[in-house]
Design a protein around this ligand. Structure first.
Ligand SMILES: C[S@@+](CC[C@H](N)C(=O)[O-])C[C@H]1O[C@@H](n2cnc3c(N)ncnc32)[C@H](O)[C@@H]1O
Length: 243
């Protein structure tokens, strides 16, 4: 059995998948509230920027991977018109169900599918845009997942990876204090779960930085990759074009 990281711990790959599932089973019902509190609402601006860069047109076929409670899927669904389609997917049933209910409450019914980003059940060269927001960090084989995203995109199609990244050096100290002291405490008060939010802080530190992720995407088949730092690198939006 090959080992990998779960936050700062080294665990078997199967154990990582089990623990990631545990994290999102635990936080699903409080996920949106925690997102607003943790980011002080900033995640909405980061996602709005992602939607702007996605530049979705009427008729587009769009795949949202690790879509969770559906923020991006909902925003994309307003842009594809009657001739396009957004597919909302996640590996975790609790997250996907929370998202599907939220979308239905907003009057939006989308195809919703439980699936692993590392084994996408879609034909090759099908989607115009693929997105993954705050999901790649949790995947065991990021290279396999990126290659799958590349496979299902049409030539010229666009991948958007919105993810925590490496902050600019002047922000490091305060960001460390916030991540390791404030976040777990907030998780404990709001979601009765400090462990999951400690994992969040650790998993961010273990995730590839801006340049490393760019290289990983190029290795995964994206001919052109660019990134945009947001909030001083707290988050980065990587954009890859299949060419
Ligand atoms: C932090 S949430 C992000 C949810 C949503 N995209 C957002 O931005 O609010 C991360 C999501 O990644 C999903 N995930 C983790 N590993 C995955 C995998 N291998 N394939 C698909 N989804 C995965 C989790 O189930 C979880 O819903």
């Amino acid at each position: 059995m090959t080992s990998t990281h779960f936050g700062f711990e080294t665990v078997d790959e199967a154990e990582k998948a089990r623990r990631v599932r545990g994290v999102f089973d635990s936080v699903a019902s409080r996920y949106d509230l925690m997102n607003d509190l943790m980011s002080m609402g900033l995640h909405r601006a980061w996602k709005a920027y992602t939607v702007m860069v996605a530049d979705i047109r009427e008729g587009y076929q769009v795949l949202d991977i690790a879509g969770g409670t559906g923020d991006l899927a909902l925003a994309f669904s307003k842009k594809v018109g009657k001739t396009g389609q957004v597919v909302h997917t996640d590996i975790n049933e609790a997250m996907l169900r929370t998202g599907r209910d939220r979308l239905l409450d907003a009057g939006v019914a989308l195809p919703t599918l439980v699936c692993d980003a590392e084994k996408l059940p879609f034909a090759s060269n099908h989607f115009d845009v693929v997105s993954v927001a705050f999901g790649l960090r949790n995947m065991t084989h990021k290279d396999t997942a990126l290659a799958e995203m590349n496979r299902v995109l049409k030539p010229g199609g666009k991948l958007l990876v919105l993810e925590f990244s490496k902050v600019a050096p002047p922000l490091e100290k305060i960001y460390d204090w916030y991540s390791f002291k404030v976040l777990p405490q907030l998780g404990k008060w709001v979601a009765n779960d400090d462990t999951s939010y400690r994992y969040l802080a650790e998993s961010i530190r273990m995730h590839p930085g801006q340049e490393e992720l760019k290289a990983l995407m190029q290795k995964g088949g994206f001919g052109h990759v660019d990134y945009h730092n947001l909030a001083g690198g707290v988050v980065a939006l990587h954009v890859g074009i299949k060419c």
